[in-house]
Design a protein around this ligand. Sequence first.
Ligand SMILES: [Zn+2]
Length: 661
Amino acid sequence: MKKIFLVTALIAGIKVFSQTPSQKFEFVNFSQVNITDNFWKPKIDKVATVTMKACIYQTEINTPRIRNFEKVARNKGEKFEGIYYDDSDVYKALEAMAYALKTHPDPILEAKADEWIDKVAAAQLPDGYLDTYFTLRDINQRWTNIEAHEDYNAGHLIEAAVAYYSVTGKRKLLDVAIRLANHIDSTFRLGNKKWFSGHEEIELALVKLYGVTKDDRYLKLADWYLQQRGKGGIYTYDKKWFTPAYWQDLKPVKDQTEITGHAVRAMYLYTGAADVAALDGDNGYMNAMQKVWEDVVYRNMYITGGIGSAGDNEGFTKDYDLPNEDAYCETCASVGMVLWNQRMCKLTGDSKYIDVLERSLYNGALDGLSLSGDHFFYDNVLASNGQHQRREWFGTACCPANIARLVTSVGNYIYGRSDDGIWVNLFVGSNTHIKVANTDVAIKMETNYPWDGKVKINIDPKDKKTFSVRIRVPDWQKGSIVPGDLYKNASASHAVLSFFVNGKVVSFREENGYAIINRKWQAGDVISFEYNMPIIEIAARPDVKADIDRVALQRGPLVYCVEGADNKGQVWNLVLPSNTSFTTVDYKILDEPVIALQTELPSAKANENGDQIKIENRKVTAIPYYCWANRGANDMQVWLPTKIKEVKINYSSKYEDGGNY
Ligand SMILES: [Zn+2]
């Protein structure tokens, strides 16, 4: 089959994509991973039930998103309602529904998805075009404005279609996606029409479509989209922030070295570029992305793994501009960091990308979802004066379904396989089967991560075989915090690592951030190890003005914050002297069991006349950042001042008694 394809492709003069994928390993798909732990399992359950219910209600009942599709099908001249990218929310919810159906088979949810799919299919035009905004308003205006998100909507449709087909085997939405992709391919790549995606997304989606159909037309179209950037002259600047930098269009993708513009668009672009690079022998995308990645992680990433500090362009500004109270850090951008870093890791086999992925996942992204599962953050600030609250929905509602699809598919990021062995990237209680060394290996991981670093992994090969097991050693375990020097561990120490097999210490070698145990494995083998989880005090490099003379706290992969709800309403008048020692305590935020950090800290307040500052010690509790804002409007800080001059007395506007503690 492959040979036939190769010959046909050569005859046709088509660029032949490498038959040998240039990736170091492949991730095990979430559908093959059964998550069993006490951290992610309840969240996956909640998303499959509560969050999906909220998404369906908001998409179908409370907003006109589904109604727009019905109007197209009725063809009675009814008006489009909403915003031009609203179709994408339907598709993203469908994708999340597909993932939820995999982990929680539910005939009612599946019937709802089928009903939506029928409505989507009925809105497709005979030539394959599908976008309710232009179909209802003026079909002659389609494909005239790169900012109109037609390719973005199409990308999310394709992703939903691939997900739904993969989970249910039903082709209806996939066939819709194929017709639309063919329409786009004929219009632009084959039709030689000048164009590029204003909001990237379709690139990575087309690679997924190629993965399911094996039709390399879609891979070529993805590459075509990537190659259109950096040519200029396609758009007009009708809004002040619409610039080549905003659209990652300053240079061709392979020449790019800096992160610019809209954060979510950038993440989707580079994820798509990495996907193409994984299948294409050309290293051009990879070389560029490594430089861009360093620009993100070394100079433009929050300690939470969030990115994109500014609201007006929803994106990047200048290096080290990382304000806390005004941080934008869109949930979707953190989701994008997870997607992009996963691809970078499989292309390089370097665990530093998973270090960043884990940071964005457990902090910047997870913060976007309330503990109840039905409230969301769009922007994820690192300090609040009580003005930031989770909401049920948004006019621009990209984030809720995005965090839903990420949580339901978190199994995508745990295990990997290569010809020589098994990769363990994240530590999540789960089980799976991986084929390696010509045998089936049953794997079971048990851990209470992220609350403690004890991990036990059963390796059960059907036949006795020699292969490697690579176990990621997180950056915080090695005395650093992030790749580069944007943040440093104020009390760095490289822990001595020990790995055991069947209770006995085993030798291993470290490579690219993984501990590699190579041996002849047999049924019943058990790997065990324990990563230390000290409470780490983090300092930012002085270029980050917002964090000068401030410290953040991290334990394991979790960044901590202090919130008013645990601290009598006041968190802006605290001082955190360096080398403060904390104790860890079992704690609950609503029904979420967590490990909290407690200590006594100096707290500043004005005297009765308001002319002198008094310092008193008081008990302070810090909680995982992802848990904040679940108990009403609250003050919050991630970066606490180390000096009294940085405190704000009576800053809290929410609490009349603020400053009295
Ligand atoms: Zn969003």
